[in-house]
Write a protein of this length. Structure first.
Length: 297
């Protein structure tokens, strides 16, 4: 092989090597921006997803409404010793001079008044009467429910307590139409050493207020017992007046006493069990008076 031929081959090999090196450089140079672009897209996509998720979470939180409950219809109670007319008091407790108001931590939530009457006829015997009016007002609570529902549950418990009174005989219950949104009367007899007491309990609800009338009578020292029907009629009359007084005190004009039920009226007390007495409104007020008939002092 001649020297010229060898030189040309060497030159050709050098060109081939330079071309290969240039090709590798160009391939690497082209790969770098592709990687950078891919990395950039990946970074932007992650950031966008995170931002979108945060925005969606915030929107969802703001769209979810806070728990609410319908406000109580009635915000106060009337003076307990003034809920009954003078005529009614004269008929039910004729010998009573004035009512005795019970103690309460908050009279806008809980109030009661009682009257005693003793018609003493000496050796001919005596007629005893005891009357008590109690009122309990409930407030709506997000956790426990609307006020009228709480009042309804309390009414049911009051009726059940009256029906289960210790020592009660000949217990009877009946609805009382035309008195608030719903009302039930419970009657029974209770024998004591002084005589046989005939107890009448009427529990009525108007909106978020429960009114309880306790009325009993007895013939003492040999006098005849009063008529249970007459006592029941008087107790129902007193309940209707007290319910009207509650409505009037709240600017409702006593409309609920006419018997037109509110939208909250539903099942009767005998149709379901009530909650525990802990459903009474807060405020630390003492419990309502005992349903046991008062005896001669």
């Amino acid at each position: 092989m001649s020297e010229g031929t060898m030189q040309r081959r060497a030159q050709r090999d050098q060109r081939d090597q330079r071309a290969k090196r240039l090709h590798r450089v160009l391939v690497c140079a082209a790969a770098v921006p592709v990687m950078l672009v891919a990395a950039g897209c990946s970074s932007d996509s992650g950031s966008g997803d995170s931002t979108d998720k945060a925005a969606n979470a915030a929107a969802s939180a703001s769209a979810s409404p806070s728990p609410t409950v319908e406000a109580a219809a009635y915000g106060k109670l009337p003076e307990p010793c003034k809920v009954l007319s003078k005529k009614t008091l004269k008929d039910l407790v004729p010998e009573s001079k004035s009512g005795k108001e019970g103690k309460s931590d908050d009279i806008s939530t809980r109030a009661n008044c009682s009257w005693n009457s003793l018609d003493n006829n000496g050796v001919k015997g005596s007629q005893f009467r005891w009357l008590n009016v109690s009122m309990l007002r409930f407030e709506s609570d997000v956790a426990r429910g609307p006020a009228d529902k709480l009042a309804q549950e309390y009414l049911e418990k009051q009726v059940q307590d009256a029906q289960a009174s210790e020592g009660a005989k000949s217990t009877k219950s009946e609805p009382v139409p035309g008195t608030g949104d719903e009302a039930t009367a419970v009657r029974y007899e209770l024998k004591k050493k002084e005589g046989t007491f005939k107890q009448q309990t009427v529990v009525a609800r108007v909106e978020n207020v429960v009114v309880t009338i306790d009325y009993n009578g007895a013939g003492l020292a040999g006098d005849k017992s009063p008529s249970a029907d007459d006592l029941a009629k008087d107790a129902k009359k007193a309940a209707k007046e007290a319910v009207a007084a509650v409505s009037e005190a709240n600017g409702a004009g006593g409309g609920k006493a006419s018997g037109a039920p509110s939208k909250s009226a539903s099942k009767s007390p005998s149709q379901s069990a009530s909650k525990d007495a802990s459903d009474e409104p807060s405020g630390g007020a003492s419990k309502s008076p005992s349903k046991k008939p008062a005896s001669k002092s």
